[in-house]
Design a binder for this molecule. Sequence first.
Ligand code: NDP
Length: 274
Amino acid sequence: MISSLDGKVVLNNGVEMPGFGLGVYKVEDGNQVVRAVRAAIESGYRHIDTASFYDNERGVGKAVSESGIPREELFITSKVWNDQQGYDLTLRAFEDSLEKLGTDYLDLYLVHWPVSGKFKETYRALEKIYEDGRVRAIGVSNFHIHHLEDLLVDCNIKPAVNQVEYHPHLTQVELKAFCEKENIQMEAWSPLKRGRLLDEPTLKEIGEKYGKSVAQIILRWDIQNQVITIPKSIKEERIRENADIFDFELTKEEMTKIDGLNINERSGSNPDDF
Ligand code: NDP
């Protein structure tokens, strides 16, 4: 379990990935994303999660290069979008992301969604990029167990990460156990259920005990569950608040209580219907 904002999780290929990062979905390119990423880096974040689909890679790259932090101390994830899938298109999409981010390598590159009939070819391109030494780790996103099983039959390099929707209303028990068994690191997207969990009474009550917000309780629960988490905010104060979770520990009973809030409810699409 990581014990600080720059604490690392060791992936199945030995690469160290910060267990906490900033998500930038729906953050506008330009000033908005530059300000958010700058605030995060200044607060000690070392991991940024973007995607070609978010259309803000240029701004992320600008904030990273202006930060003065050496590139190798930062961990940058991007993802290949659905209309870029297939072997050749993916190779091109990767170059495009690098160019926009203004970097010559990525730390993690993910297949954004399991596009039926295409995701294996897409993943084969990721393997090529990895073998060429241009990305430190490759993985997938929004893969159910059956997608992973299907991919594992054919791939040469096991995905290092599966980034999926994960929060107290969607605890993904079977998928998490499968990923643990296969040594694929789970990563939580929409950890705050896009803000829709912040009035949850059980979480509020636990928060009151520690003098912490509901957001902080959820993010701490992620960390104690060994799930990498990437909350999004464009507000400096919340960016700092979200990361201020390394000075308390939820009890086993509280962890179980939060697990018990699961209702298998998604805020985003089910990968089988997308
Ligand atoms: P989150 O669960 O991180 O919630 C973000 C929302 O919560 C925003 O409206 C934000 O508002 C608000 N918020 C953040 N912190 C606080 C706080 N402390 N108190 C109150 N409100 C708060 O949603 P996301 O969907 O953005 O998920 C996180 C990241 O996961 C994304 O940004 C993206 O990087 C990734 N992702 C990946 C997907 C995939 O398919 N692989 C899909 C979806 C997301 P404000 O900004 O105004 O503070």
